[in-house]
Design a protein around this ligand. Structure first.
Ligand code: THU
Length: 136
């Protein structure tokens, strides 16, 4: 995946992060993904007074992609304000893997500009799948 695309994903993640609803944790997250046809979809975390009902930024970006007719994540960026790059939670790793391949690039970032690039397999080896064949 081209560096300019990853840069565009972080720009989009930074923008959508400003829309996050995180009054309980104060931890705003933005996520952006590029799908198979080159379109970029974004999501931010949306917390709820009933805490488990909150949703992660990655889940929002995936929902936007599916609603828009996309089906494959070609690359994804996640951005938050932390000392180290913000990596997806365990549940989101499983969510992402549903629409990714072993080598799909997931780039974690923080607002200070640190970036750490992972493959899907590095983030979630041996992901659960109902498919007869493992992901490509
Ligand atoms: N969060 C995300 O949206 N994505 C991540 O990758 C890590 C955590 C959200 C969930 C919750 O709203 C807040 O960050 C604190 O956990």
């Amino acid at each position: 995946m081209d560096d300019s695309v990853i840069g565009a994903l972080f720009d989009a993640a930074a923008k959508v992060r400003t829309h996050a609803h995180a009054p309980y944790s104060q931890f705003k997250v933005g996520a952006a993904l590029v799908c198979e046809d080159g379109r970029i979809f974004v999501g931010c975390n949306v917390e709820n007074a009933a805490f488990p009902s909150g949703t992660c930024a990655e889940a929002g970006a995936i929902a936007a992609m599916i609603a828009g007719g996309g089906r494959q994540i070609a690359a994804m960026a996640i951005l938050g304000e932390a000392a180290t790059p913000v990596t997806p939670c365990g549940a989101c790793r499983q969510r992402i893997s549903e629409f990714a391949q072993h080598q799909t690039r997931i780039v974690a970032g923080n607002t200070a500009g640190l970036r750490q690039s992972f493959t899907m397999d590095e983030l979630l080896p041996h992901a659960f799948s109902l498919r007869a064949e493992p992901h490509a």
